[in-house]
Design a protein around this ligand. Structure first.
Ligand SMILES: *Cc1c(COP(=O)(O)O)cnc(C)c1O
Length: 334
């Protein structure tokens, strides 16, 4: 497995730090908890999409594209990082935003990530929830081509085998850090949505025989649907890097008990987790992804879900820019 075979353009500050959280670990009284700081990837307030975009935008450049076409929710972290990457590489960015939240507040539709998309000059088109985005993106691609541009589609979350390479790379980076520190990682935990993060990580962890189990904590779909989505992308990614068959269906585990009402809708446990980490460790998590995953991590640690584990690593996938958009939905006094 040699990632340097694939086109890549530098966007991220790597390696991201692996930090111990002594106060959270003591507070929960379970295993030692470490956090892999992918919230600090450096591009436009950071986050997990930046690693994927190094490979996806590398491919776009190789194909001679001049316009990126991508899709996400109104408060998409992916869209914000993609819009910034397009600026840095001198490309245009056509954004299709999906309204996935009913009756959104003014802050939700104007602050946080979407404010940053506008600052980066992305051309934003808004669509109702449930739109057929394959068709809508094809229409935008046609429009761009007719105007003489060279469009390139980045799928939602940059979750395809090319983007997932960013998280194969993250797995390798984490193993190096653990080896240097003499740290035995008993579990790795990440939020999982469009699946590229979990799929790339499991391919990296399995192709190297690391023996580290990976748990995805879901933020939208139900368990079976989420696991199937991650597994099929992992299989494609393993084929793509030339390590076919390295991931079994059993290696893909998602816990989707912390989604709450639906994607992007705050939960009480997310709210508590965000405040706890802020006040114990000075760290910011987000309401949609990392905060719900953290709520899952905390609940599982407290209910002995990682029995026997000494050291667990939580991948901080970023997203704190969305906190501003949720200002009026968080229960801060709690
Ligand atoms: C997109 C995102 C995730 C989920 O990653 P996927 O690769 O889409 O599964 C998790 N956390 C944050 C902050 C994100 O923006």
């Amino acid at each position: 497995m040699l990632l340097s075979r694939f086109p890549r353009t530098p966007l991220a500050h790597l390696p991201t730090r692996l930090e111990h959280l002594p106060r959270l670990s003591a507070h929960l009284g379970g295993p030692e908890i470490f956090v892999k700081r992918d919230d600090c990837t450096g591009l436009a307030t950071g986050g997990n999409k930046t690693r994927k975009l190094e490979f996806v935008m590398g491919d776009a450049l190789r194909q001679g594209a001049d316009t990126i076409v991508t899709v996400g929710a109104v408060q998409s972290n992916h869209v914000r990082q993609t819009a910034a990457a397009a600026c840095k590489l001198g490309m245009k960015c056509e954004v299709l935003l999906e309204h996935r939240i009913e009756d959104p507040s003014y802050t939700y539709v104007s602050s946080g990530n979407v404010l940053l998309d506008r600052i980066f000059g992305a051309n934003i088109r808004e669509f109702p929830g449930g739109t057929d985005f394959d068709q809508a993106m094809a229409d935008v691609v046609d429009e761009v081509s007719k105007a003489g541009g060279k469009p390139y589609i980045v799928p939602g979350g940059a979750s395809n085998p090319i983007g997932a390479l960013g998280y194969v790379n993250c797995a390798l980076e984490l193993l190096n850090q653990a080896n240097e520190l003499g740290l035995i990682i008993d579990h790795l935990i990440t939020a999982t949505g469009s699946a590229g993060t979990q799929a790339g990580l499991i391919v990296g962890l399995k192709a190297t025989n690391s023996g580290i189990p990976l748990l995805g904590i879901g933020v939208s779909a139900a368990k079976d649907a989420q696991e199937d989505k991650v597994f099929s992308l992992a299989v494609e990614t393993a084929d793509y890097i030339g390590a076919p068959g390295c991931v079994d269906r059993d290696d893909v585990i998602a816990n989707c008990d912390y989604v709450g009402d639906s994607y992007g809708v705050p939960t009480e446990s997310m709210n508590e987790a965000v405040l706890l980490l802020a006040r114990l460790e000075g760290l910011l998590f987000d309401p949609v992804y990392s905060g719900k995953a953290l709520a899952g991590l905390i609940d599982l640690v407290c209910s002995d879900g990682f029995a026997g584990a000494k050291n667990i690593v939580f991948l901080h996938t970023g997203g704190s820019a969305a906190l501003f958009a949720y200002a009026d939905q968080l229960n801060i006094s709690a």
